[in-house]
Structure formats: C-alpha cells, structure tokens
Ligand binder design. Structure first.
Ligand SMILES: Cc1ncc(COP(=O)(O)O)c(C=O)c1O
Length: 359
C-alpha cells in the first residue's frame, strides 16, 4: 500500500530527472570552492534572488543560524514572531551558537504575519536604556510554516525592512518556502527577497530536491558565512551531486507548486465540512493546512495514530492541532482518500453517546 504522507513537504523523493542529473553531475571539492555544479547553483540562486552572493548549505537550520550568528553578538536580542521556526524548531541554536536571546512577539491580528506595530514595541533600539539587551536582528518567515503557510506580501516585507533599517537593525528572511509564497502572491521571488539583508531558502521542501538550502546576502556576508559553515561542520566535498538535483528543482518545481496549493485548498475545504473540525479557510493560501480537532473531543495524537493505521501520515502539534502538507508526491485523488480515511477514524474513535449502564 502506498502511504499518503502529508506530514511535510520534506518527504518528497528525488524525481527521475533529479536522479539523472545527480548521476551525471560534474563535481569537485567544494571546500576548495572547486565544485562547478555547486558554483553554478549559487550563481543561479543569486541571480533569481537578486542578491550579490549565495552559499549552498546542508540544511535550512544551518543557513538560518549562520545568518543569526553574523547579524548578532552575544547578549543581543532577535525579534521574531512567536511561532517562528528559528525560535521554536532549531534546538535553541541562537542561544547555543550565537549567545542571542529570542524576543518572541505575537501578531496582533493572529495571522502570524507581523505588522510594524507588533515589532516596534519589542525593539530595544539605540536609545533604549543601557541595561536592556539591544535588538540586533529581526527574523521574518515567508511563508510562515506554523501559521499555516501564511504569506507576507511584498508591501509588508518592504515596510518592515524599511522601518528596521531606519533603526539600523538588519532583517533576515527565513524563506524555507519562499517559492510557495511567491506563487501564492503572484510576485517574483526577488520582490519578496530584495528588502531583506539576508535570505535562506530550502531546496528540500516544496521544490522536491533531496538535500540542501541556500543562504544569500552581500559578498562580504557570504564570505563570512562560508567560514561559519565550515566551523559548524557544513563544508561538503563533492556536493555537486546534491547541487545537481537542486538545479533541476529550481528549474522544474516552481511552476507546479500551484498544484500543491490547489490540493491544500481542496483538503481544507473537505476538512471544513467534517463535524468537529475547525479550519480557517481564508488562511489556507499555500501548501500547509493546520486544523483544530478540539470539538471532536478526541486527541489529535490519537487521530494521527488512527490515520497511520489506515496509511495516512499527518503531524499532531499538540492535543488539538494537526498539520497536513501537500507536495508533488500527493495526488488530488489521495487528498480525497485521506479525507475519507479521516472521516472513518473519527467515526471509529468518537465516544459512543449510549450510556452502557442501562445494558
Ligand atoms: C520555515 C522553516 N524554516 C527552516 C526550516 C529548517 O530546514 P531544515 O529542516 O533543512 O533544517 C524549516 C524546516 O522544516 C522550516 O519549515
């Protein structure tokens, strides 16, 4: 039985074209800067993002944390939306590696997409008293994973970055899924990336490559980043085999992300029809669907366990919230199948209303 794996878009397997490109890749030692395929990938990415330079890194987390390291100093604060990946899912690396403290903030409208008012109140700028930690970085995320794939518009990105720069605070953009955001907003990638000082994006998520992410910024920033990548153990040798798959991903995948978004929409609409499930349809604009099962009176973990027995994989965040993510290994029919399986699991697990004491 083929599993319907909706846990994440990281689970995709390389396409036949990627595997061919990996097999035929021209390679060299990238620690010496001599891997032609890695060099080409970095050049192509820098061009798409309209940044001076780019650095291929093994993971998104490493790209984000190198950026945090370079923008901050020990004892500094990083303002970030409270559900941000850099803060919640990167092993407290900003404190372990950079000695920095996250200053999580809520988005006033609950969307996960910050407004300047949300950020402003949390900033300790140059005129703050000496005994508070200075804000050295604002970290944004587009699309925002834990906020259900919500997207930040070009205008909002420009405004937040302009305000930050007025206070001499740099902005790092965690664009793990920036291609999804660009498709949903119908904007060029560069328009969403340009205002930020540094950007990270992943090949290994919706773009479907097996491994790798990219960090982008100025030439000086990327030169320093290369040293930090090595220090963290991320200097890879014949990494061209990975870069070759990433090049195919860049070329082929963005055009088909719209299918993932359509499937996520179909999934969300199906979920909204199931009694006890709450999903905010307005917020489902990319490939992530987060829904609340509290009204079913069942535990999200139990529901996911039941789904797994029926060949459907999903992630429970806590007792009430489940995340499902669409990607190219999930077809429209499988979305319908997953919905049918979920209905069966709920039927099976729903507490029986009949009082057994009378029997
Ligand atoms: C928004 C976001 N940023 C960063 C990362 C980290 O990427 P990686 O798993 O490659 O370290 C992820 C991974 O899920 C993510 O969702």
């Amino acid at each position: 039985m083929k599993l319907i794996d909706l846990r994440s878009d990281t689970v995709t397997k390389p396409t036949p074209a990627m595997r061919r490109a990996m097999m035929e890749a021209e390679v060299g030692d990238d620690v010496y800067g001599e891997d032609p395929t890695v060099n080409r990938l970095q050049d192509v990415a820098a061009e798409i993002f309209e940044k001076e330079a780019a650095l291929f890194v093994p993971t998104g987390s490493m790209g984000n944390q190198i950026a945090v390291k370079l923008h901050t100093k020990p004892g500094a604060e990083v303002v970030i939306e409270e559900r941000g990946h850099i803060y919640n899912y990167e092993m407290a690396a900003m404190s372990a590696i950079s000695g920095a403290l996250a200053r999580p903030v809520k988005s006033a409208d609950g969307s996960g997409i910050l407004q300047w008012g949300d950020i402003k109140a949390a900033i300790h700028a140059n005129d703050a008293p000496y005994y508070v930690a200075p804000t050295k970085l604002i970290a944004l995320e587009n699309s925002h994973n834990l906020a259900g794939g919500a997207v930040m518009t070009r205008e909002r990105t420009e405004e937040l970055c302009a305000q930050a720069h007025r206070l001499n605070i740099p902005v790092h953009l965690d664009g793990a899924r920036i291609f999804n955001a660009a498709v949903a907003l119908d904007e060029p990638i560069a328009a969403l990336a340009r205002p930020a000082d540094s950007v990270m994006f992943c090949f290994s998520k919706g773009l479907g490559a097996p491994v790798g992410s990219m960090l982008l910024g100025t030439k000086d920033f990327i030169n320093e980043a290369r040293a930090w990548r090595k220090l963290l153990g991320g200097g890879m040798r014949q990494a061209g085999v990975l870069a070759a798959a990433a090049l195919v991903a860049l070329e082929e995948s963005p055009a088909r992300l719209i299918e993932d978004h359509t499937n996520a929409r179909r999934l969300a609409e199906g979920l909204a029809e199931i009694q006890g499930i709450e999903v905010d349809l307005e917020r489902v604009v990319t490939n992530i669907v987060i829904f609340d099962v509290a009204e079913t009176n069942l535990d999200a973990n139990d529901i996911c366990a039941g789904l797994r027995e029926r060949g459907v994989l999903a992630s429970a965040f806590d007792q009430r919230r489940i995340r499902m993510v669409t990607h190219y290994d999930v077809l429209q029919k499988e979305i319908d199948d997953a919905l049918a399986e979920l209905r069966s699991v709920l039927e099976e697990q729903r507490p029986k209303t009949v009082n057994s004491a009378f029997h």
